[in-house]
Design a protein around this ligand. Structure first.
Ligand code: G6P
Ligand code: MG
Length: 223
């Protein structure tokens, strides 16, 4: 195993539970369009781009729209979503994340955000953790959404590290796939059922240190 020097973090579902706000915003939009939309439907949108998420909702409702109309609805959804994000409090950071990041940084690891969200910078600001990241790769600098590896490749590039010396922290299967396509190991935040391909699976980062992750990875590789 190459020496790990960089850590790339997804945002939604790894650092903060914004899925509930995405859900509330999509639900309002879906209601206006008279499309039934449940929390279990929302699971399908995790890690999926804004436009693709809307296309899935349209599929659920059996509706079709022009590209222009879709764009308009996505903007509307984002405005609804931002109403929640403006209210986001710094204590909504998921348990253990702040400690994990600051400990890893102290130990000399470089840290990148690797999120497909175009609201990522605002969310980091709201959580008051912008300064824990060396670089930010977000939805504003990519042309291909996960499972494409573009976001992780850009993250490693911004960190000035080769892909093989980075590991990715992800809660979505599409993100794990993207990490592997980028040539990186992936830590899945979730369950083995949802993320069967991740090298390591954890329910969250509470009580975990970067040393634990590296040890687990070494054991996994030897097996
Ligand atoms: C992440 C989330 C998705 C979201 C996407 C785009 O991948 O998991 O649910 O659709 O980002 O986010 P944005 O904030 O730009 O709409
Ligand atoms: Mg995510």
């Amino acid at each position: 195993m190459k020496e790990i020097k960089g850590l790339i973090f997804d945002l939604d579902g790894v650092i903060v539970d914004t899925a509930k706000y995405h859900f509330l915003a999509w639900k309002k939009l879906a209601q206006n369009l008279r499309i039934p939309f449940t929390e279990s439907d929302n699971e399908r949108l995790k890690g999926v781009s804004r436009l693709r998420s809307f296309e899935i909702i349209l599929e659920i409702g059996g509706l079709t729209m022009s590209e222009e109309e879709k764009e308009k609805c996505c903007t509307e959804k984002n405005n609804l979503y931002l109403e929640y994000i403006y209210q986001l409090k710094s204590d909504e950071i998921l348990p253990g994340v702040r400690k994990f990041l600051s400990d890893a940084r102290e130990k000399g690891y470089k840290i990148a955000l690797g999120s497909g969200s175009r609201n990522a910078k605002l969310i980091l600001e709201k959580l008051e953790i912008t300064d824990l990241f060396d670089v930010i790769a977000d939805g504003t600098i990519i042309s291909q959404a996960k499972p494409d590896p573009e976001i992780f490749i850009k993250g490693a590039k911004l960190l000035e590290l080769p892909a093989e010396s980075c590991i990715v922290f992800e809660d979505a299967a599409a993100g794990i796939e993207g990490a592997h396509a980028a040539g990186m190991y992936a830590v899945g935040i979730g369950t083995a059922e949802n993320l069967p391909k991740a090298e390591i699976i954890l329910p969250g980062l509470k009580g975990i240190t970067i040393k634990d992750i590296i040890n687990k990875l070494q054991i996994h590789i030897k097996e």
